[in-house]
Design a protein around this ligand. Structure first.
Ligand SMILES: Cc1cc2nc3c(=O)[nH]c(=O)nc-3n(C[C@H](O)[C@H](O)[C@H](O)COP(=O)(O)OP(=O)(O)OC[C@H]3O[C@@H](n4cnc5c(N)ncnc54)[C@H](O)[C@@H]3O)c2cc1C
Length: 421
């Protein structure tokens, strides 16, 4: 039995769901946003206390809204982000139903039934905006962490004081891993960081924030159907960037200088011992090389625009320094390392989507967010349609494109039924 009807149901009241709501409202498409908690719930409940965006405030923009504060080059903290997204929901008058959790999406004869803990919605289109980072992506061998050693993931981590005293192994050196390694080390705990493939970036280059250059050279606009190996591109880690008032670069050299121990990828945990791969040198060399290539591209762009005289001189950064004779094991059972932080990435929770749209690895099958089921669309994943898709400002173009797809789907002559409201 259905209790409610809408032409489009958007699942999730994060920035992506709200941006899609704005696009549909602009196109006159009737819709509702179902949110299990409150608007901006992930930022309220799934980020650590000291969290700040790694993207500068001038880059925090959504369809029809831009940052209007007095520090465009600063970095928003959690309260700022929540306020920005809440303000957006209000000014766009988004039809959000808070505290309404979607528990199932099933095919119905004229579209889909969206089952919630507050009745069932019948609709023709479902937009999955429930977040690509809802759950930690932790390797299976995390289960082998010995008893007595605490495992923490970044969605549950709040501050160093919640961790027991003693050593900490941070697994993963993307944006989250380096931030947490720096913060936990500063709390007086010895930290080892396990480093796999990573993306090295300076906070500023030639006097400007690196994100300025990333936008200028068009890197963030690269499309999913223009890159080779999109699945690989979607798996690339977030850049080693942090957003702080002193605009510091936090790279592996900085962590080494602070006293953090670098190791390679954890390949397994056996009998309480973490086994590191010997590939640390290769991963660092590759990241250094890719950084040089990016800086070359920026320099070429600056020259081509004739801007060289207006900005600081080109610069190249020290190679990543490697530890000498670093052991390839860390015994987690000796009482020296009491915590493992799994900064190994995130994944969506689409367990309620009762449709045959997942591949053998459990990944949603979609073409730039157009899911392999008529009338189902997806938002927010890394490189969904563009390199910027997982950033807040990526929602501008992605929701515009996908709202066009929604409209086209609703116009189909073989799918002419209008849902009575
Ligand atoms: C640690 C971290 C740091 C990040 N830093 C940056 C950054 O610096 N700059 C940047 O631009 N981006 C950053 N991002 C990426 C991105 O902007 C965020 O992940 C953002 O929260 C994604 O927005 P979203 O709307 O897609 O999903 P979310 O914000 O996760 O919103 C999804 C919403 O759906 C709701 N929901 C989930 N399941 C259900 C359900 N079954 N029923 C009803 N509602 C449901 C949730 O409660 C939530 O409110 C970061 C992400 C992470 C994880």
């Amino acid at each position: 039995m259905t209790d409610h009807r809408a032409t489009v149901v958007i699942v999730g009241g994060g920035h992506n769901g709200l941006a899609m709501s704005k696009q549909l409202a602009d196109r006159g498409v009737d819709h509702v946003v179902l949110e299990q908690g409150e608007v901006a719930d992930s930022w309220r409940h799934q980020r650590w206390d000291s969290f700040t965006l790694l993207t500068p405030s001038w880059q925090t923009r959504l369809p029809g809204a831009a940052y209007e504060g007095d520090d465009p080059d600063g970095f928003m903290d959690r309260a700022d982000i929540v306020a920005f997204i809440e303000g957006y929901a209000q000014t766009t008058d988004a039809p959000v139903r808070s505290h309404t959790a979607v528990t199932a999406v099933r095919p119905a004869h004229d579209g889909y039934d969206v089952v919630t803990d507050d009745g069932t919605w019948r609709c023709r289109v479902v937009v999955l905006a429930s977040g690509a980072n809802r759950l930690p992506a932790v390797p299976a061998f995390a289960d082998a962490v010995p008893e007595g050693v605490v495992s923490v993931n970044p969605l549950a981590y709040r501050h160093p004081d919640q961790l027991p005293p003693g050593g900490v192994l941070v697994v993963g050196a993307a944006s989250t891993g380096i931030q947490l390694a720096e913060e936990i080390h500063a709390s007086g705990r010895p930290v080892t960081i396990s480093v796999g493939e990573h993306v090295r970036m300076p906070r500023t280059y030639r006097g400007r924030d690196i994100q300025h250059w990333m936008e200028a050279i068009g890197r963030l606009d690269e499309r999913y159907d223009e890159v080779e190996e999109i699945l690989r591109a979607r798996g690339v880690a977030s850049p080693q960037l942090v957003g702080t008032a002193d605009r510091r670069t936090v790279d592996l050299n900085r962590l080494t200088d602070a006293g953090v121990q670098l190791r390679g990828r954890v390949g397994a945990i056996r009998d309480g011992v973490a086994l590191f791969s010997g590939g640390l040198g290769n991963h660092c060399a590759l990241a250094d090389q890719k950084l040089d290539r990016l800086l070359d591209e920026i320099d070429e762009w600056i020259d081509a625009q004739g801007l060289a005289g207006d900005v600081a001189a080109p610069e190249r950064f020290d190679r990543t320094r490697l530890p000498t004779d670093a052991p390839l094991t860390l015994d987690l059972g000796r009482g020296e390392t009491n915590t493992v932080v799994w900064a190994t990435g995130f994944r969506p929770d689409l367990s309620w989507l009762e449709l045959p749209v997942f591949d053998g690895s459990g990944r949603l099958r979609h073409d730039g967010g157009v899911v392999d089921a008529p009338g189902i669309f997806y938002l927010g994943a890394t490189f969904l349609r563009r390199r910027k898709s997982s950033f807040i400002h990526g929602a501008e173009d992605d929701t515009a494109d996908l709202a066009d797809h929604v409209e086209a789907h609703l116009r189909r002559p073989d799918d002419h039924r209008l849902v009575p409201t």
